[in-house]
Design a protein around this ligand. Structure first.
Ligand code: NAD
Length: 499
């Protein structure tokens, strides 16, 4: 197993950014938190504290929501011509691209990901989402409607911004998952309060500075840092919030759905997953094997759509597992700033312990470790990419979201697509799935049978701003991205004139 041990120093600019006493961004101004409490921000590649953020409390949330409300009701953003809103969102996208190296460095250190991936995926996809959604500004239109009542009417629908949105994000892709929410909500004229994860607040704080520099009116984008409770919970309970757009765990999603009942705010939830990958005997294994390895080991498996359950036909089972194991050994594990690193650390000591706990349980239940399975070193939170064979549907490693680099493999001998799909669908989750075959008919028949928000054919973890993204079953409510996102941040109004 390769592991990088050297840790290059961040650029002087990033060091200066980390050293700052970060405040909250409310109503266009950087504001001290009411409580004075701070949150230590840790580099998961070293375990060292690198910065700190403000721990917002309910009083700070009140101020942020009031600012977003004032900006919304003033019409400064909602009534701006769509073209002008779009231009500002495009300007933001271009600025994010220009500052790509700096943003990628912050994200690579704070989230523990290889710098090149942070540049390409985190910054690249983020900028593309803003570029794409800029084009939607001013285009969220309604339609004219023919009525069946006797008489003459002019009836039509129009889409109006839902209002003040609380955007709450997890720690695995802070910039991307903020963009999933902000790009469409800004396009349709909403205002927002963003709360990033307490584990990874830094790129969202830098994002707020960039949004300020680009010229968004005060109060349109507010950023508060803080813990799930009290900051996140105050936000989702707040009567001044019209909608919560949340990405995170199922457990928190449930709490949010309950908290939203006070003023019956709108809620979209992007939650966990346990995505199956089904490999048929005719698959192009030269392409499938690296694809399957990347599906589970990319960002250490800390991806909601990670391909965690592998169902492979028994005729190719051994070859596929050996191939994925060989791919795992090629990974260069280390700190994200080391140029040749291809796999970083787990986000925290707690997450590492959680994943190791799942592994212990899996072994006790009879799973066979055919690759990896161990923590690496004691500095930082590194672990080996791991493959478990002979797993069964009842094992906790197969049923629960591990959120680590652990592949659970099973073989199938069935030729009945319904039976194979039943295995793939045997989960409370329904976020994503992939099917690997050269038979286009089998591929589409399986895509139809699998109950998941995204089904990829001969690929996994494929995202595009135009493709709606979200989950069936307990993987969530609603969709982000594409035209669906525009719908979820608008209310439909029916207007009917009796002529
Ligand atoms: P989490 O649910 O612990 O936290 C997510 C966010 O919610 C954080 O900002 C946190 O501070 C906040 N929060 C916690 N308690 C809250 C409360 N009571 N009220 C309001 N906010 C609260 O999730 P996590 O550990 O940060 O992220 C990992 C989870 O996110 C995994 O389950 C993963 O599958 C999921 N995820 C889903 C997607 C998706 O698009 N479906 C994408 C990435 C991650």
């Amino acid at each position: 197993m390769n592991i990088n041990v050297t840790i290059p120093a961040p650029s002087a600019k990033t060091q200066e950014f980390f050293a700052r006493k970060h405040k909250l961004y409310i109503d266009g101004a950087w504001t001290e938190g009411v409580s004075g409490e701070r949150i230590d921000v840790v580099d998961p590649g070293t375990g060292n504290v690198i910065s700190s953020a403000t721990a917002a409390v309910a009083a700070d949330i009140d101020k942020a929501v009031a600012a977003a409300r004032k900006a919304f009701e003033s019409g400064v953003w909602a009534n701006m011509p769509g073209l002008e809103r779009g231009k500002l969102i495009s300007k933001l996208a271009r600025r994010l691209e220009e500052l790509g190296d700096e943003l990628a460095e912050i994200e690579a250190i704070d989230c523990g990901k290889p710098l090149a991936y942070a540049k390409y995926v985190d910054v690249g996809l983020t900028a593309n989402i803003y570029h794409y959604m800029a084009g939607w500004a001013g285009k969220a239109c309604g339609e004219t409607v023919s009525l069946s009542a006797p008489g003459e009417y002019h009836a039509f629908t129009q889409r109006e911004p839902v209002g003040v949105v609380a955007a709450i994000t997890p720690w695995n892709f802070p910039l991307v998952l903020t963009a999933y929410k902000l790009a469409p909500l800004l396009a349709v004229g909403c205002t927002c309060v963003v709360k990033p994860s307490e584990l990874t607040p830094l790129s969202t704080l830098r994002f707020a500075e960039i949004a300020e520099e680009v010229g968004f009116p005060p109060g349109v984008i507010n950023v508060v840092t803080g813990y799930g409770s009290p900051a996140g919970s105050a936000l989702v309970e707040h009567e001044g919030v019209d909608k919560v757009a949340f990405t995170g765990s199922v457990a928190t999603g449930r709490k949010i759905a309950q908290a939203a009942t006070g003023n019956l705010k709108r809620v979209t939830l992007e939650l966990g997953g346990k995505s199956p990958m089904v490999v048929f005997p005719d698959a192009d294994l030269d392409k499938a094997i690296p694809g399957l390895a990347s599906a589970i080991f990319f960002h250490q498996g800390q991806v909601c759509t990670a391909g965690t359950r592998l169902y492979v036909h028994k005729s190719i089972h051994d070859r596929v597992l050996e191939g994925i194991a060989a791919e795992s050994k090629k990974l260069k594990i280390g700190h994200g700033l080391e140029p040749d690193t291809t796999m970083g650390p787990m986000i925290s000591s707690a997450q590492l312990q959680k994943v190791m706990g799942f592994l212990d349980q899996g072994k006790q239940e009879g799973a066979e470790v055919v690759a990896g399975g161990e923590r690496i070193g004691s500095a930082g939170f590194f672990m080996q990419p791991t493959i478990l064979a002979n797993t069964t549907d009842s094992m906790s490693v197969v049923r629960e979201e591990i959120f680590g680099p652990v592949l659970c493999a099973q073989s199938f001998s069935d030729d009945e697509l319904d039976a194979i799909a039943a295995k793939a669908n045997d989960t409370i989750y329904g976020l994503a799935a992939s099917v690997w075959t050269r038979d286009i008919s089998v591929a589409h028949k399986m895509a139809k049978r699998i109950k998941a928000g995204s089904v990829w054919i001969n690929a996994h973890n494929f995202y595009d701003p135009a493709l709606p993204f979200g989950g069936f079953k307990q993987s969530g409510w609603g969709r982000e991205e594409g035209s669906e996102a525009i719908r979820t941040f608008t209310e439909v109004k029916s207007v009917c004139a009796v002529l």
